[in-house]
Design a protein around this ligand. Structure first.
Ligand SMILES: Cc1cc2nc3c(=O)[nH]c(=O)nc-3n(C[C@H](O)[C@H](O)[C@H](O)COP(=O)(O)OP(=O)(O)OC[C@H]3O[C@@H](n4cnc5c(N)ncnc54)[C@H](O)[C@@H]3O)c2cc1C
Length: 462
């Protein structure tokens, strides 16, 4: 039996509203634009379409409820981050384009705050910036390279190098060797954002059908989303905004890899515990680890610690069980105490996870084909809170034939190569996931890196 939606994440439990599903689609209908998926991507697209053209008939078709996917479960980082590092972006696209991506993301983050104010969405924005640390001497070279990449992009005034003492003035974490701070980026309440956006879409005239599974889609000459209850026929466009779950649809199985990310949450800290840790401003925090970590201070004063989730499942299988992978939960909980030893004995109240969509080249895609009338936005590789807003602005513009000024960004109108078929996919992905973890473990224990470190780094880092 399906879990109650409140159980999917602390954020959904704390959404401030009953998660009673909206009515499902009952019969076939005709609209102008039909959107698969009521996460950020689908809802931002609907929102911008309706804001530009209030008379448009827009339907969003959602298999569960608005915010069921990563949009209701993420770490709450609303930061100008892209799945490719600044250095890799510069090498791949050049200085001007890499810089344009970061600036577009920062301005999208501002745009999101503006819309929330306008639409009275209380998404609990906390504009405290982003802190990246080198935890252990072995992470210093990567931290320095990252700072150098921002300097090459002419962003030195936005990214400031911090000594260990300067990091400690902000937050007291063990084994810090240096840091980079940028005032760009905020934290937010993911579920309040997605649920509020759904209401804003309805207030602007959109219709959201929940608990309605799209089983098939078709492009021009008769664009439509097909469900068991009927078809949603669209005379202008359909949009596929189902992120990792799109891999369940015929034709998209190899487009993305569903990769799990998992979060553990402590009980609210006491004032005494906070004064031991510092972290009074609530910056988003990460380190230079290969196996990504992300920390957020929640609006009600808990430590949220996120990292990789369940190992890749054969055949890109997505299931509820992978949301709560016991070995990973244990590892993340022990990391919290390693980072903040004064929290030893703290109670962990929540753990959850979800799949993110990873393209073969780690580069998201936002595209609209005027021939087939199919729009697509996915592949954010765990960094879609802000990117999905850009996707929504772009798709709404492309469908309406209106330029947004964002069209030259390198993730627009592109396709990544498909993933390799099984069983090779499972072998390669499991190898890379395991190796990156072994490299981190060896580096943190001061041991020699595994002999295959270079191969794993080459395959697994972008
Ligand atoms: C644990 C975790 C932590 C994360 N932390 C961060 C973070 O801190 N910052 C950040 O920037 N990003 C983060 N991300 C990624 C970010 O949350 C996502 O990139 C973003 O939410 C994607 O939004 P989306 O609308 O494209 O996809 P989703 O939110 O996944 O929405 C897709 C929706 O489509 C629906 N759907 C799929 N298939 C069908 C179908 N066939 N029929 C009908 N409906 C369908 C799903 O039910 C779902 O509701 C995190 C992700 C996870 C899982």
């Amino acid at each position: 039996m399906a879990r109650p939606y409140e159980d999917l994440s602390f954020w959904l439990e704390d959404a401030g509203e009953e998660l009673t599903p909206r009515p499902a689609l009952q019969r076939s209908c005709d609209v102008d634009v039909a959107i698969l998926g009521a996460g950020y991507s689908g809802l931002w697209t609907a929102y911008y379409l309706l804001r530009a053209n209030p008379g448009l008939r827009v339907a969003v078709v959602e298999r569960e409820i608005a915010g069921y996917g990563a949009s209701g479960r993420n770490g709450g980082w609303c930061s100008p981050r892209f799945p490719l590092s600044a250095g890799v972006m510069t090498a791949r696209y050049g200085v001007d384009t890499a810089r344009a991506v970061l600036l577009a993301l920062e301005s999208a983050a501002q745009e999101m705050r503006g819309v929330c104010e306008q639409e009275s969405i209380d998404a609990c924005f906390r504009p405290a910036g982003t802190l990246t640390i080198a935890r252990g001497a072995h992470q210093l070279p990567a931290l320095k390279a990252s700072l150098a990449a921002y300097e090459r992009l002419g962003l030195a005034d936005r990214y400031q190098s911090l000594t260990p003492a300067e990091v400690a003035e902000r937050v007291r974490i063990t084994d810090v060797y240096g840091g980079i701070y940028t005032p760009d980026g905020a934290s937010l309440h993911p579920a309040r954002l997605v649920r509020g956006l759904a209401r804003a879409v309805e207030a602007h005239g959109g219709v959201i059908y929940e608990q309605t599974n799209v089983t098939k889609f078709q492009g021009a000459p008769r664009p439509r989303l097909v469900t068991d209850a009927g078809e949603v026929r669209a005379n202008k466009a359909i949009v596929l905004a189902g992120e990792a779950y799109l891999t369940r649809l015929h034709g998209l199985h190899l487009a993305l890899l569903p990769v799990y990310s998992l979060i553990c949450l402590t009980e609210p800290l006491t004032a005494a515990q906070w004064s031991t840790i510092g972290w009074q401003h609530g910056e988003n925090i990460s380190s230079m680890r290969n196996t990504v970590v992300y920390l957020t201070r929640t609006p009600d004063g808990r430590v949220l610690f996120g990292s990789r989730g369940a190992p890749y499942s054969f055949g890109s299988h997505i299931s509820d069980e992978q949301d709560r992978h016991a070995a990973t939960i244990e590892l993340i909980q022990s990391s919290v105490i390693e980072w903040f030893p004064s929290l030893a004995g703290i109670r962990f109240t929540h753990a959850w996870g979800g799949p993110v969509g990873m393209p073969m080249d780690w580069t998201p895609a936002v595209r609209f084909d005027p021939g087939t009338r199919i729009g697509f936005a996915a592949g954010y590789t765990g960094m879609g809170v802000v990117l999905s807003n850009l996707a929504g602005q772009l798709l709404a513009g492309m469908i309406a034939g209106r330029t947004t000024g964002l069209e030259s960004l390198p993730f627009v109108q592109r396709h990544s190569h498909d993933w390799i078929p099984e069983p090779l996919r499972w072998l390669v992905v499991r190898y890379v996931q395991g190796s990156l973890q072994r490299i981190d473990n060896a580096a943190e224990a001061g041991r020699t890196l595994p002999v295959d470190a270079a191969i794993a780094n080459f395959l697994g880092r972008h």
